[in-house]
Every structure is written in C-alpha cells, then in structure tokens.
Design a protein around this ligand. Structure first.
Ligand code: FE2
Ligand code: FE2
Length: 328
C-alpha cells in the first residue's frame, strides 16, 4: 500500500496545524415571521421540542466502561509503561481478548500476529493502543441496528472501520504526522456515532429518510439536530479531544475554501466509502462528493487524488472482503 510514501501530497500540508473551526450554522430555528403559516409554526415548535428532549435525555449517550476510561487516561500520560497497562488489564481478560481480536483483524492489516498487550504496545505505540481500546469499546455501539439510515446489519461498524483506516492512510500519505494519523483513525471510526443518539427518534420516519437527498438536512428538518452535532456531543461526553469533536461536527460541511486538514481527510475517506456503498444496503448510500477545497487543503492535485483514491478504495474493499470471509 506504500503507506510511508509522500508523493501524493503538497509539502506545505504537513505544517498546517489544527485550526479552530467556525461553529456550524444552524439551518433551522430561524426567527419566525408573521407570514408563517400555522402549520409551519407547529412544525418548528415540534422540531424544537424534539431537539430539547434529545439534548436533555442523558441516557441517549451510553457511558464508556470505567476500565476503558481509566485505560484512556493512563494512555494519555507521558510516563506510562507497558506494565501499567498490563496491571490494569489483568482482571479483564475479556477486554484483552477483544483487543487482540480487533488488532489481528483485517482493519489493522498487520503482517504479524499480536499475541499480547505488550506486543500491541511495541507495534502500535501508546497512541495506537489508545485507538485500539476505543475501537474495541465502541464497536458494540456501532454494531446496533441503523437500518433507518440505510445501513445493512452491522453496516455502520463496517463503514466506520473503513473510514477509520482510510483516514489514517490518507493522513500518513499526506505526512500529517503519526499523532494526527492516529487521531484521524479515531475521528474516522466515530464520525457517524451521532446516529446512536438519533436513531430512536428517526425510526418512525424511515420512508421519508429513504427519499431525503441529504440525511443531515433531513435530521435537522425532522428532529431539530443532525448526527454531526450529536456526534460532537457523544465524543465530548466520552472525553475525546476537541479536535476529534470538531472534525466530527464538520464531516458533512460544504466547504467554500480550504479548511482544516483533519476535516478534509475525514470527508475524503467518507466520500470514498460512500461511493463504494460500504456498510449500506444496495442503492442506499447517500452521495458524499469529493470537494475540491478539501483536496486543496491537503495540497493534492486531481491527478494525485485519483491514484490516492484508488489506493484507499482498494484497501477498503480488501477489508470488506476479508471481514465477509471471517463472517463478522
Ligand atoms: Fe455522516
Ligand atoms: Fe459516513
């Protein structure tokens, strides 16, 4: 796959940090005018009521297990040693087994088996193990039923895992740095996690959702908030970085000028996954088009993107096929 190659991206790309992203404009909740019909007012009131209800219902965001929270905290510390992890994990062999199954799965594409947590630290580093802990502990939320969004069974998990590995690959190819690449993996994995909060509210709108040209617009129109905003709330509750929250919030933005490189990476990987329908039922993947401004943010020419896109697509297809063979 040539992950270490830097031929695809402009040199300046590596030096651009993560900048503050302007808050997304709320399309709805515009002030009402006297000319508004009664039914429009009713609709807006219903929408606002649902929005408030969702925002105040704290159990819509499941907490991460205590052990996972402690693991993530020690993995953030400079002075952490592999034995600290082993001590913490020794009483939870189920989590260890899940982590090892995950790291040896096709998404990681490692060329040698990882048998212990110590091995995992050696090969992935602490940042990589941090992402592994997150992937292992969030998989069950991503594997729920998201049919209302057009996902096949376990489809959101498949989609998320492919966007995660595609984003990490893009970040590496664009020389954004190892830390950023790991962050892109996490943001890619969780970019659609907001659907977790909204799915109970959309179940009764399945038909309309199927016909909607933009799912985020449909969500805002129907229940007053979309899964990008909800995703930022979920990842804030899980104490993930501000950058990850911002990138998730921006993953359906239409961009008028080159913005955050991190957001560009996720949008591009998502576009490839959507184009290939990964994780969706036939004909149900909404089109997420590649935006020129995102290529510009990463210093990519159209020609460079064509070959990079083919590599990302091939890696995603391989992962999908390998998982199908495993029956997971
Ligand atoms: Fe999305
Ligand atoms: Fe997506």
């Amino acid at each position: 796959m040539g992950l270490a190659s830097h031929r695809h991206c402009g040199r300046h790309a590596a030096h651009q940090g993560i900048l503050a992203h302007p808050p997304k404009e709320r399309l709805l909740h515009t002030s009402t005018t006297p000319a508004m019909s009664h039914s429009t007012l009713n609709h807006l009131a219903r929408q606002e009521k649902t929005r408030r209800e969702i925002l105040h219902k704290s159990d819509l965001i499941p907490p991460l297990p205590d052990l996972v929270v402690r693991l993530l905290a020690i993995l953030n510390r400079q002075e952490t040693e592999p034995q600290h992890l082993e001590t913490l994990l020794q009483n939870d062999q189920v989590l260890v087994a899940k982590m090892l199954a995950m790291v040896n799965s096709p998404f990681y594409g490692l060329n040698r088996p990882i048998r212990t947590i110590k091995d995992a630290v050696m090969v992935l580093g602490f940042r990589g193990v941090r992402s592994l802990v997150l992937a292992t502990s969030t998989a069950k939320f991503l594997q729920r039923d998201y049919a209302v969004y057009g996902h096949e069974p376990k489809g959101l998990w498949l989609h998320a895992a492919c966007v995660a590995s595609g984003s990490k690959m893009l970040a590496k190819q664009c020389k954004l740095g190892a830390d950023a690449a790991e962050q892109m993996f996490v943001a890619g994995l969780l970019h659609d996690i907001g659907k977790l909060m909204l799915v109970p509210y959309l179940a009764e709108h399945q038909k309309a959702a199927m016909a909607a040209p933009s799912i985020a617009e449909f969500e805002r129109e129907t229940i007053g908030l979309d899964h990008t905003e909800a995703g930022a709330l979920v990842t804030a509750k899980w104490n993930l970085s501000q950058e990850v929250q911002e990138v998730i919030k921006a993953h359906h933005d239409q961009v008028q000028q080159p913005g955050l490189q991190a957001s560009a990476v996720i949008r591009l990987a998502d576009a490839v996954a959507h184009e290939r329908g990964i994780g969706y039922l036939p004909q149900r993947a909404p089109a997420n088009l590649v935006q020129d401004q995102d290529l510009a943010a990463l210093g990519l020419t159209t020609g460079q993107w064509q070959s990079l896109r083919d590599e990302v697509a091939a890696a995603m297809d391989e992962a999908v096929a390998a998982l199908a063979n495993l029956g997971s």
